[in-house]
Write a protein that binds this ligand. Structure first.
Ligand SMILES: [Fe+2]
Length: 118
């Protein structure tokens, strides 16, 4: 059970996350990326909504997702590098307008919009 003060990841949300992961993988290959990049997109899709587990408001979930993942894989203040930065930024700004439309951001948002949450 999720902490009651947070929205939490519902069963439907969990299925959405898996669906987005698989769709992002497929879109990446269709856009000409290799399997390594497509697998990275699977990971991004799988994790993009993980912040719901620790969010009080829907509007904050993308930022919470990015913070959780950044904290899990990088030391505080550590440069994420181009690869990690693109991953974290795509998750941070999914569903939002951004000046920096990376392949990660484009693919994640396409996948997210194509996989409904019931
Ligand atoms: Fe989301």
């Amino acid at each position: 059970m999720p902490d009651s003060k947070y929205i939490g990841i519902s069963e439907d949300r969990l299925h959405h996350m898996l669906g987005v992961a698989r769709k992002a993988y497929k879109i990446a290959l269709e856009r000409g990326h290799n399997k390594t990049f497509a697998t990275k997109m699977f990971v991004i899709g799988w994790n993009h909504d993980i912040g719901y587990e620790f969010s009080k408001y829907q509007e904050e979930h993308s930022m919470v997702s990015a913070a959780i993942l950044s904290n899990a894989f990088y030391d505080e203040g550590q440069d994420l590098g181009k690869n990690g930065g693109s991953t974290i930024n795509a998750i941070y700004s999914h569903g939002l307008y951004t000046e920096e439309k990376t392949e990660e951001w484009i693919i994640l948002n396409q996948a997210d919009m194509q996989v409904d949450i019931i």
